[in-house]
Design a protein around this ligand. Structure first.
Ligand code: C2O
Ligand code: CU
Ligand code: CU
Length: 461
């Protein structure tokens, strides 16, 4: 599609990476909210119930903010599945608009995936079957109704979905809320009445806010009681990219990407996540000087999550945590497979397309055989203004990154992924296998781009 430069209306809304408004640093005045674990129902025809509902949240003094949440006012409970486990989840829509329940990263049949073709009308419910037939990982769930995803996530619909290892053969911290903490990073824009008035605040190129929330907490801090902490970080923003660092410059260890453990732990001092990507990290606080303020910051140095150290026990035990996968990340054969699917991401604002087309629920764009690996090459075609990062996501699969512009992926991308950051002009090759059948979406995870039609459908047979 040709960009129509005659229509410059709203063009100033296009934000390059450089002019993204900065986030305010946290004042550290609220203890971080930890989402509750979802309790299993006993003696009913389903194991869990997840209800999308409206509510209010007191972010600021004075007027409460109208928000959406799952089983509550904002965000949702954490759902824990065990590797190999099958559960039935009753999903119910108590909103006054259609929604869907999408299990981002779970390799389940298309009928259970909750994409835009699986709308639940207000007042309706259904039971879905979730089988966690994949390695332990930090996944998440969120709504996916076409043209309403960005609004519903912005207003608060999102939750964590863990696949847990059955036996703990790694010595990783795994006590939920104590030494194993979910961190949902989101930026939000509030209007002068403290409302998340999406229709008036939204930007069709991706709504970027100046207020940072972590697990829906404004001005959070976290009291750390254990020397070795595991954080499961989700970029839950509509459009913002984050680069996370520690304020004291210390290194930490990335242990997992979107779909589970990395080939081996990676020591680093920063992690960049585009919308919908996850990283699990370990921070060893025993080695740190507690007189110095310690916080997770963004790339500007703004403290997004300050820590308050109150350690019980002196050693971090990092020494006992190491592994190396005994098989190569990709075999020579996998690396030399020919490209069979070419995807071109292009445009900005409401002119975004994939392979020159916008989403059409009645059109199947690609077909792939179940269980057969194929190489997808994703090209982010620059436009006259240089282009922008698009986070590319595929439903129903955990893929491997083969290469970025012909180069081997960084060690912290040598793990299973379901979303991948693609720079303007970059070509990224993915090894994609679908273990189940059905119709799945692939799309840009800037939610406004997705709602603007930067999405296609692959039928797995
Ligand atoms: Cu996070 Cu199509 O989804
Ligand atoms: Cu998804
Ligand atoms: Cu995009």
């Amino acid at each position: 599609m040709d960009m129509d430069h005659g229509d410059m209306e709203g063009m100033e809304g296009h934000m390059d990476h450089e002019d993204v408004p900065p986030l305010q640093a946290s004042e550290g005045t609220q203890e971080l909210v930890i989402p509750p674990l979802l309790e299993k129902q006993k003696g009913s025809e389903f194991d869990y119930e997840v209800v999308a509902q409206e509510g209010t949240t007191q972010f600021f003094d004075g007027s409460p903010t109208k928000t959406y949440g799952y089983n509550g006012n904002l965000l949702g409970p954490t759902i824990q599945l065990k590797e190999g486990e099958t559960v039935k989840v009753k999903v119910r829509n108590e909103l006054s608009e259609p929604t869907t329940f999408h299990w981002h990263g779970l390799e389940i049949p298309g009928t259970e995936d909750g994409g835009p073709n699986d709308v639940i009308q207000p007042g309706e419910s259904k039971i879905v079957t979730l089988k966690a037939d994949q390695p332990a990982a930090t996944l998440w769930y969120h709504p996916h109704p076409h043209e309403l995803t960005s609004k519903q996530v912005f207003k608060g619909l999102a939750g964590m979905l863990y696949v847990e290892e059955t036996e703990t053969d790694t010595a990783l911290p795994n006590t939920y809320g104590v030494d194993d903490i979910p961190l949902i990073f989101q930026d939000r824009l509030f209007d002068e009445n403290h409302q998340l008035d999406y229709e008036n605040l939204m930007n069709s190129d991706g709504t970027i806010g100046d207020v940072s929330l972590v697990n829906g907490t404004l001005n959070p801090k976290l009291t750390v009681t254990q020397p070795l902490m595991r954080f499961r970080i989700l970029n839950g923003a509509n459009a913002r990219n984050y680069t996370f660092r520690l304020s004291n410059g210390a290194t930490f260890t990335q242990i997992a990407s979107d779909g589970g453990l990395l080939r081996e732990p990676v020591e680093t001092d920063e992690i960049t996540l585009s919308p919908s990507e996850r990283a699990e990290i370990l921070i060893d606080f025993s080695a740190m000087d507690s007189d110095e303020p310690i916080a997770i910051t963004d790339e500007e140095g703004n403290a997004l999550l300050p820590f308050d150290l109150d350690l019980n026990g002196e050693t971090g035990g990092m020494e006992s945590i190491s592994w190396t996968a005994d098989t190569a990340f990709l075999t020579e054969e996998e690396k030399s497979l020919p490209v069979t699917k070419e995807i071109e991401l292009y445009g900005m604002m409401d002119m975004v397309t994939i392979n020159g087309k916008k989403f059409d629920p009645d059109r199947i764009d690609l077909r792939q055989e179940k269980g057969v690996p194929e190489v997808w090459e994703i090209y982010n075609k620059p436009d006259e203004m240089g282009g922008m990062i698009h986070p590319f996501h595929i439903h129903g699969t955990q893929f491997k990154i083969i290469s970025r512009d012909g180069r081997e992926p960084a060690p912290n991308e040598q793990g299973l992924k379901d979303s991948v950051l693609i720079e303007p002009g970059e070509r990224v090759r993915l090894l994609v296998t679908f273990p189940e059948e059905g119709i799945y979406m692939y799309h840009c995870h800037i939610l406004e781009h997705e709602d603007n039609g930067m999405m296609g459908q692959v039928e797995v047979y």
